[in-house]
Design a protein around this ligand. Structure first.
Ligand SMILES: Nc1nc2c(ncn2[C@@H]2O[C@H](COP(=O)(O)OP(=O)(O)OP(=O)(O)O)[C@@H](O)[C@H]2O)c(=O)[nH]1
Ligand SMILES: [Mg+2]
Length: 461
């Protein structure tokens, strides 16, 4: 795709609104808009001044007024894309926006691809790839904390960390290479190797910290995945409704009511939480129900927090036992002993004895009892699991996480090889680690990967 052509797109969401923006970027941006814009005060000597706002009208080929607008002309390089950029602020009717865009395209601009403005900002060196990707995260953030974290990365937080880690790897690599080239200058092999090892271990720990912080970051970004699971008819959908404070799911005395996953979104103690109600898990021959149960199990597998609901008015059964075996070691789990308004057949003590270390809350959801306590327990668990924002929280995309894991793998191999193998091998691993981290900042990245990343953006960003 030639980068020198001039691109244009509607940059605000479709729909009626106060203001809509058509953005144009490229060498011909000023000229193209100049052909269809008539400034209110005429075109004086220095028109248009960069980074000034002009009031006037957009007119079509026949000279008919399309809209009253404010236009900002911004000269390269101090623009989003680093190119000459013009933004036409018009009234946000989709027809108006399209008419203006069409006029600009007719004059010679090309419709921008998704994310192309941000891609140009990256290709022109204004931001690195981690910053570009964070723009997307910022747009998609589901919580205040998520916005703050993404904004940090847009400013370059992650980029700086990665650049500094890459520099450290390069310093150590240089040391290895020198000793390979001039072995006679080396006073003592083992001293150098010990030093090298300790340096690399420091870098490894920093990378591990980043990965650990990413779990937290993702939770804030996407919402903490919370699955409500249990046997049929225990009150899972009732619990979803109680937590959402709305009648979202169908509740019925017939076991097997919920067939598909159902989702809602709440904030608890500052945590954004995505709650998923699932089909009751049991043995069944009904293929539709079985498909629902498979989905329940997948949701349980992917969840960061599991709410396992039990019916206190029935005895603990093999099916309850089977469900508790779905718990993964790294998941936060809370048992909800429901229907405590009915004569008890399973007690709190029994559940505690069966599942030592897992907190249990009694509820009678039909009477709205125990919900507040349940919410408090959820917050406590999340505090334990995620801690409150701030320290060591990073926002990483899966791609960035994979690159860090790859770099870690190479560094760990390098440390291993220092003991037994010639230094050449360690040098190769260090080089690979350095390259892997370069994928995050975009220093070592293919066009194909760029296409994949920017295709997730909307047109106009
Ligand atoms: N007595 C009593 N009944 C309850 C309580 N909570 C839910 N129920 C009733 O239990 C029945 C099943 O509730 P649901 O919320 O549909 O249960 P579920 O676990 O989603 O069931 P499936 O979707 O079939 O797996 C309904 O008749 C509810 O009114 C409770 O605390 N006490
Ligand atoms: Mg249900």
């Amino acid at each position: 795709m030639p980068e020198e052509d001039t691109i244009a797109a509607i940059s605000t969401p479709a729909g009626e609104g106060g203001i809509g923006i058509v953005r144009v970027s490229g060498t011909k941006a000023f000229d193209l808009v100049d052909q269809i814009f008539i400034p209110h005060r005429g075109k004086k000597k220095e028109y248009p001044l960069s980074h000034h706002l002009y009031h006037g009208h957009i007119v079509n080929e026949k000279g008919e007024v399309i809209d009253e607008v404010l236009v900002s002309f911004m000269r390269s390089p101090h623009t989003y894309t680093c190119e000459d950029t013009v933004e036409v602020n018009c009234h946000s009717g989709i027809v108006t926006l399209r008419l203006i865009l069409r006029l600009i395209l007719k004059k010679g601009a090309r419709l921008a691809e998704p994310g192309e403005f941000t891609r140009r900002a990256f290709l022109n060196g204004r931001i690195d790839l981690s910053q570009a990707e964070s723009v997307l995260r910022l747009i998609q953030a589901r919580s205040e904390e998520g916005v703050k974290l993404a904004a940090l990365n847009v400013k370059g937080y992650l980029a700086n960390e990665i650049v500094s880690l890459r520099n450290s790897i390069m310093d150590n690599l240089a040391q290895v290479e020198t000793s390979l080239d001039f072995p006679e200058d080396l006073e003592d092999d083992s001293i150098m190797e010990a030093q090298l090892k300790s340096n690399l271990e420091k870098i490894i720990n920093q990378l591990k910290d980043l990965l650990e912080g990413a779990d937290r970051g993702r939770a804030y970004q996407e919402g903490i995945k919370t699955a409500i699971i249990g046997k049929p008819n225990v009150g899972k959908s009732s619990l979803l409704n109680a937590l959402l404070k709305q009648q979202r799911a169908i509740v019925h005395e017939m076991p097997g009511t919920t067939r598909d996953l159902l989702e809602g979104y709440i904030h608890l103690g500052g945590y954004p939480i995505r709650i998923i109600d699932t089909a009751g898990i049991r043995q069944t021959v009904d293929p539709v129900e079985q498909e629902g149960i498979n989905r329940s199990k997948n949701a349980a597998e992917e969840a960061q927090l599991l709410l396992i609901v039990l019916d206190g008015s029935t005895p603990w059964e093999a099916e309850d036992e089977a469900i508790t075996r779905l718990i993964r070691e790294d998941q936060a789990v809370l048992m909800v002993l429901n229907k405590t308004d009915l004569p008890p057949r399973t007690t709190l003590n029994e559940v505690q004895e069966r599942l030592p270390g897992i907190p249990v809350v009694s509820t009678a959801i039909v009477k709205n009892e125990g919900i507040r306590q349940l919410e408090e327990e959820m917050i406590k668990l999340l505090d334990l699991k995620l801690g409150h924002g701030g320290e060591n929280t990073a926002l990483l995309s899966l791609r960035q996480e994979e690159a860090i894991k790859g770099a870690l793998h190479h560094l760990e191999k390098a440390v291993e090889q220092l003991d037994t193998y010639p230094l050449e091998l360690a040098s190769l691993e260090l080089h690979n680690a350095w390259k892997k981290l370069g994928e995050i900042t975009g220093d070592t990245v293919s066009d194909e990967l760029l296409d994949r990343i920017f295709s997730q953006f909307c047109i106009g960003k």
